[in-house]
Design a protein around this ligand. Sequence first.
Ligand SMILES: [Ca+2]
Length: 320
Amino acid sequence: MTAVFVDADTGIDDAMALVYLLASPGVDVVGIASTGGNIRVEQVCANNLGLLELCRATSIPVSRGADEPLRGRWPRESKFHGPKGLGYAELPGTRLRLTGHDATAAWIGAARAHPGTLVGLVTGPLTNLALALRAEPELPTLLKRLVIMGGVFGDPDIEANPMAEWNIRVDPDAASEVFAGWAGRRQLPIVCGLDLTRRVAMTPGILARLAAEAGPSPLLGVLQDAMRFYFESHAERGHGYVAFMHDPLAAAVAVDPGLVATRAATVDVELADSPARGITIADRSGGREPNALLGVDVDPAAFFDRFVDRVGSFARRLNA
Ligand SMILES: [Ca+2]
């Protein structure tokens, strides 16, 4: 079994990522840290607990994490995922409760309980992980692997990409501390930036394949209601009636790093109080100590085949 600890700001694509992990054979989700970002942390906690109830994974501990970045405040809330974070979806009520300890303690506890074997996945701001790293500087050696959805890295041969990605932009100081903590370590974090994750676009056709695979299912109903909102969010912003699977791709890479090709780089995060704050710059010259493996290529069809197969049969099993 692969033990995976997830830190998320759930969020539509975070929810899809969590369901993918729960559906994946051989994966043991040992804990979930909640962070604010897309929405307030209380709502993120409620979404995580409701999802676990829906997926009958009620023994997985959920911890409350940061509701502010290391410095300053979160920006005005994102409307991309709707007011409660899951678009048109309504989660079932649950009596599940949060852990008595916070997300920082959850990260450290999970890493110490699975020394050298735990896979960490962050699909939200890096605030909780930065705080955990301050408290336990050996996290980079305790973890077997760390996968981060964040940043955007243009093709250096074509153009610089003058845009900051949300997870890094809302807490660039945390991101910078995490990259510094992993610099020169044997296992560098695998970073899935927007330039990579935007190649993995869910379409109504793929969602229909998933629904056919699942059959009538409360879980699929929730995912379809969430995805309808997410398609509309993308369409309103000129991307077409599709939805980028940022977080599910990172989750799939956490379980199977072979899904993406990577390239070592030294990532710098712009921290100055300027419009450039939160921009990520990748130095691929090899002249400096690398602190990340950037995902540079992915086969979207291979990802979606796996996603439809696993989530479809999981939804079917839940109904049995
Ligand atoms: Ca997210």
